[in-house]
Design a protein around this ligand. Structure first.
Ligand SMILES: *Cc1c(COP(=O)(O)O)cnc(C)c1O
Length: 499
């Protein structure tokens, strides 16, 4: 498919204005000199129909959450109400300038303030910052606060404990924050090994970062024991709640003893995750950590909302201006529209959906551990290796049935390292769509045995057939010329690739 620039036809345009109205206008009289370009820019000359067809066609080449189930484990790819996008694009919010005087943006400040209060209620902490732009950014913010907190107490703690079942950003943020990562291996149930934790937790350790449910979708049943061990040695507990859709309404991390909580409002609270768009990795803390929050925070003085400096102990600003405000707005609208009962129901539904998939598929895609899961289930395709089939082939074959594959080959620590499949059917999926996914997965299991070639050469029904994954990552086609060159080099024909 050509880029829109390659559809250029000299002299074609997308508008027509009555010439006689503009004959006498000299552009230099209307626009200041500095804003006038020298020479003519090479802009794309296309008609309105060309533009509409180009982008409509491009949009149909892709698979999105509005097409069908998108069961990417660890990602929470769920349908989010379109009305929240509409709210976030209302002029009075979208055009509010970040440097506007506070009295002119009281509505925006009020939303940030009230969202903070709602999140405190949902997670059981005392104050939120809305500043971090994504999950990993929130983690770094939390870790920098931990560092400042101990520096302030003249305690030289230089290590942080991170279970091997944590999200990969946890050890990365720990190191960026200047700490040493100490990994805790999981026990035979796939959760934190309490004995190893007690051995490792000492006075040189600042605390523990816990992803719960962890990256394989398991709740840790020993949270109370964990928090006692860490707190007994003076450490802090950090809760990675990026996947709070597995617990909100049922469990409050603050009540479980956590001192710092991070949420991914994108993922869980009505902003699509995955497109690389704006996020909000908000951080909530218990009272003793409030002085260390990034500055400013929104406070209420009488009836006036304001951006207040946090004070001398603050870690400072972690980004320009306030936050990715539209993400906050969507979360606020979503929480209010769901209500407390709705949130609890969403959690229950996503956990039931995942366990339903697990129960129906476990005899075909043997899980690494027995038992129930949280909001996502970890299966494996290891039993099909004897037919020469890898999990990758199963994922490719799913595309032939018009479904998006789940996450594969993640996580990569034992005992999951072999042919893993992670399925997350979030609360917005209907039983019919989940049943269809299950049926297709069972059909593919039968195909793997009876006709492995069908899987090894899949997908057959998509525009791009079996791609060379390494080449696709190393030499992405960003321009029509690249496409021609690569086609030529590799001797691709229309039969095996349809651009
Ligand atoms: C997605 C995720 C993160 C990272 O969030 P980003 O917004 O992608 O930086 C951290 N922890 C967990 C558990 C996650 O699922």
């Amino acid at each position: 498919m050509k880029l829109i620039f390659e559809k250029n036809v000299k002299g074609r345009d997308g508008y027509s204005l009555p010439q006689d109205l503009f004959d006498d206008v000299n552009i230099g009289d209307c626009v200041p000199n500095y804003a006038l370009a020298e020479g003519k820019k090479e802009l794309c000359e296309v008609s309105e129909v060309d533009v509409v067809r180009h982008f409509t066609r491009s949009s149909k080449l892709n698979y999105g959450i509005d097409d069908g189930i998108y069961p990417l484990g660890s990602c929470t790819m769920k349908y989010n109400p379109k009305i929240n996008e509409k709210l976030a694009s209302l002029d009075s919010f979208a055009y509010a300038h970040p440097l506007a005087p506070e009295e002119t943006v009281q509505g925006s400040l009020q939303i940030m303030y009230e969202l903070g209060k709602l999140l405190c209620e949902i997670t059981g902490v005392d104050q939120y910052t809305m500043a971090p732009a994504a999950g990993a950014h929130g983690e770094l913010t939390g870790i920098l606060m931990v560092r400042k907190y101990f520096a302030d107490r003249n305690e030289n703690r230089h290590k942080i404990l991170v279970p091997d079942s944590a999200h990969g950003t946890n050890p990365a943020s720990t190191i960026m924050g200047g700490f040493e990562v100490v990994e805790i291996e999981s026990n035979e149930h796939g959760t934190v090994d309490i004995h190893k934790l007690s051995e490792l937790m000492d006075e040189d350790t600042a605390g523990l970062m816990l992803t719960n449910p962890n990256t394989v979708g398991l709740y840790d049943p020993e949270i109370d024991e964990i928090q006692k061990i860490v707190h007994a040695k003076g450490g802090l507990l950090y809760y990675d709640g990026a996947n709070l859709n597995a617990s909100f309404g049922l469990f409050r991390p603050g009540d479980g003893g956590f001192d710092i909580v991070h949420l991914n409002l994108h993922k869980t609270f009505s902003t699509p995750h995955g497109g690389g768009g704006p996020g909000a990795g908000v951080i909530g803390v218990k009272e003793p950590l409030i002085p260390y929050l990034p500055t400013p925070i929104v406070t209420l003085d009488g009836e006036k909302y304001q951006l207040s400096d946090v004070g001398p102990k603050s870690i400072g600003m972690i980004r320009a201006f306030w936050s990715n405000f539209p993400v906050l707005l969507k979360s606020y609208a979503w929480i209010l529209s769901m209500g407390a009962d709705g949130l609890r129901e969403a959690t229950r539904t996503s956990v039931i959906n995942a366990n339903y998939v697990l129960a129906k598929l476990k005899q075909y895609y043997r899980p690494a551990y027995d038992g129930y899961c949280g909001h996502e289930c970890t299966l494996t395709g290891r039993d099909y290796k004897k037919y020469g089939i890898k999990t990758l082939d199963i994922a490719k074959r799913l595309m032939d049935y018009g479904l998006h594959p789940p996450t594969i080959y993640f996580p990569h620590f034992e005992p999951y390292a072999e042919e893993t499949l992670m399925v997350e059917p979030p609360e917005s999926e209907s039983k019919e769509d989940i049943d269809n996914f299950i049926e297709v997965m069972i059909k593919i299991a039968a195909e793997a045995e009876a006709n492995p070639d069908l899987l090894l050469t899949a997908p057959h029904n998509t525009r791009i057939k079996r791609a060379d994954d390494v080449l696709a990552a190393k030499r992405p086609i960003l321009h029509y010329d690249d496409e021609l060159k690569i086609k030529d080099e590799l001797g691709y024909t229309e039969a095996n690739i349809d651009f």
